[in-house]
Design a protein around this ligand. Sequence first.
Ligand code: ADP
Ligand code: MG
Length: 606
Amino acid sequence: MPIQQLSEQLASQIAAGEVVERPSSVVKELVENAIDAGATVINIEVQEGGREFIQVADNGAGIPAAEAATAFLRHATSKLSRVEDLNAIQTLGFRGEALAAIAAVSQVTLTSRSPDEEAGIRLSLDGGHVTSRTSVGAPQGTVIAVANLFYNVPARLKFLKTAVTEKRLIDEFVTRYALAYPGIRFRLSHNGRITFHTNGSGQVLDVLVAVYGLEVARELLPLEGEREPHANGIVVEGYVGPPSLHWSNRSNLTLFINGRWVRDNNLSYAIIQAYHTLLPVGRYPFALLFITLPPEEVDVNVHPTKSEVRFHNPGGMFGAVQRSVRQILTADSPIRPVGGLGAWNPTPGWSGSLDDHATIRHAEHWADDDDHASPTPAGLPQTEMGLTWPAPAAMPEPSPLHPLPAPSMNLGGQRLPIMRVVGQVGAAYIIAEGPDGIFMIDQHAAHERILYEQFMAQQQHQGVAVQGLVTGTAVHLPPSQATLLEENLPVLAHLGFQIEPFGPQAFMVRALPALLARQDPQQAVTAVVEELERGDAPLQAEKEAKLVRRVCKSAAIKAGQTLAMPEMEALIRQLEACQSPHTCPHGRPTLIHLSVTQLAREFGRT
Ligand code: ADP
Ligand code: MG
């Protein structure tokens, strides 16, 4: 084929593909435009997951009649005029591509009126071409209706998912923006039914209730930016979940940078890192972070959908996020009352969307997530969340013998109350009495946690206590392990292992961390080498932390060990002193709490 320039029509369709991938991208762009226009009310209506129809109506600034057609031209924008403006973008849009892209692949009707004009304008476009233009009476604001998306791009149409899936993606965008803009009243309806709405009260918590339900919302820990000012003018605010709230994927990590929702693996990882050792393996926390920084510190012009950004100082961002989250999780505050938010109550008369079951539907969407996110956060009884699965009838009666969702688990990083040891069960569990009921403690997990915190504290302060071996012990290893150990000798030295090469495949162990004093040096070294073999932890700190966990595991009391009363008492006193007594360093629970109320309920006393 000879080289020839593409027709304008084809070129726009190709360009449109970058911005408009599916119905949810249309919703995102239209909602962003409404927010940029200063709207305080945004109504979104979709039919069949947006495949047939999407309409976004706002009460914002409107588009002057004379500019209406221009708005649909490629690279037409009112938000940017000079190249320098790119360095300090304050609006969500700026590329002037969205309306052109949407119009190129659908049938669009715009109705708009700006406050300075008497009459509004109505403009219809088909495949990007204006087909009619009339003057109409209209309230101030803008309504954009998009019908038959991709009707002229069959290849795209084929790749759309079912209406249910497309609807879920739309829900995700709308709820995100509702969370970031609590002062805007959002309403989303699907096939004529309202499925989500917010009250525009300006309170993020009201939106959190609408999205996640009261039970989850009241667990969340607020992150107040001013408490921890960071370098480069970075401020981190929002809400994080206690460690007891976790999901099987990252879908509840939500990040906004200067009011813009973004995907950022690096920052998501910073959040996950902050929960390190507090969550079970393979589980992910809840976080909703609003990060603000000077606009010139972030490049938002990286991708046509603007959902990825680049930071001038990515390391600083990572550190700021990780520190802020970690700080709130380990905050040494007294046990919070149930409901944690203290004085907060939903805005009067506001019950979120619970009445119309939007929360339930939201949860269903989680349930049909590709990677099967568990819809119910751990630690919350499903019945109390008002969720509908498994069907209530199929729910087993809670019994003290089942691992009940324990209220005490909701305390996350919080300290334990003073406990009285009652006895040991199965040579594995310690039973203790607290001010509010019974604690069942896994002796191995609890001891691991104690040793881990002692070890970390030593390392931070005076250095790890070391136990010298009078004569030294020689250890032989297979070649691959020997290489690995040799490479890691400096890391291990930092942890209190004094080991020297002693001929090919042989090492001389001169000293061990005092924790391991009673262990066979050969076994201790082998355990550490096996841990090194398992891990791909590129960062020194991460590698060390893994090794420390391994060391603590080897050194901890095992299940099957009978303990005398004073030993159990000592263990419990030490656990009470821990910063994060509720989980072992690998994230498994150390204890189960049965409150007095639960006991009374189980015995039918209430
Ligand atoms: P961008 O948002 O990047 O400027 P768009 O193609 O999304 O580009 O929109 C083009 C222009 O149309 C905007 O710059 C704005 O002036 C106008 N516009 C679009 N939607 C609205 C709206 N809902 N209210 C007011 N003006 C709007
Ligand atoms: Mg835009």
